[in-house]
Design a protein around this ligand. Structure first.
Ligand code: ADP
Length: 160
C-alpha cells in the first residue's frame, strides 16, 4: 500500500520551518502532496501560482514531493490524491487551539483521514510567514529563515 500524505498550508511564503516539516514527512510517507490552499481570511502577498512555483523550486531535491494548488475543502483534496493522512507542524501552545478545531472538523468530515502533528525543530519555532514578510518589508535580514531563492523573491516584492 502506498502511504500518501498531504501537507496543507498557505505558504505565503514557504519558510525553513515549513521545509523542515515537509522534509521529515517525505521520509515517513511514500508520497507527499503539498497543498497550497487559498485561505479566504488571509490576503496573500504572493499569488497561489507564485507560491506553487516557489515551493517546487525549493523542494526539487525531494523526489516524492509534489505541489498542487487547491481551492476547496482539504478533505476533498485528500480524496482526490488518495491520502489517508494530513501532516501539520506545531510551533507553540498558541497553535494548539486552532489546530484542534481544524482537526476536529476534518475528522467529522472524514474519520478515516488522520491528522498527524510534527513538533517544530527548535531552531525554527519562532518562524512564521507573517513575521518573515514583516521583516523583509523593512529590509531586515531573512537569510536564516527562508531559502535564498525565497529571500530574493521577497526582496523583489518589497523593492518595487
Ligand atoms: P495555515 O494558514 O494553514 O496555518 P501556514 O502556511 O501558516 O498555513 O502553515 C502551514 C503548516 O506549517 C501549519 O501546520 C503550520 O503550523 C506549519 N508551520 C508553519 N511555520 C512552522 C514552523 N516554523 N515550524 C513548524 N511548523 C510550521
Amino acid at each position: 500500500m502506498t502511504r500518501v500524505a498531504v501537507c496543507p498550508g498557505s505558504f505565503d511564503p514557504i519558510t525553513y520551518g515549513h521545509l523542515d516539516i515537509i522534509e521529515r514527512a517525505s521520509k515517513v510517507f511514500d508520497k507527499v502532496y503539498i497543498s497550497v490552499l487559498k485561505n479566504s481570511s488571509k490576503e496573500g502577498l504572493f499569488t497561489p501560482q507564485e507560491r506553487v512555483d516557489m515551493i517546487e523550486e525549493v523542494t526539487k531535491h525531494l523526489e516524492n514531493v509534489e505541489v498542487r494548488q487547491f481551492n476547496g475543502l482539504l478533505i476533498d483534496f485528500c480524496h482526490q490524491v488518495g491520502a489517508r493522512a494530513i501532516v501539520r507542524g506545531l510551533r507553540a501552545v498558541s497553535d494548539f487551539e486552532y489546530e484542534m478545531q481544524l482537526t476536529s472538523m476534518n475528522r467529522k468530515l472524514d474519520s478515516d483521514i488522520e491528522t498527524i502533528y510534527m513538533m517544530t525543530n527548535n531552531n525554527y519555532s519562532f518562524i512564521s510567514s507573517s513575521i518573515v514578510k514583516e521583516v523583509a518589508k523593512y529590509g531586515g535580514k531573512i537569510e536564516d529563515v527562508v531559502p535564498p531563492y525565497i529571500a530574493n523573491l521577497l526582496e523583489g516584492k518589497f523593492s518595487g
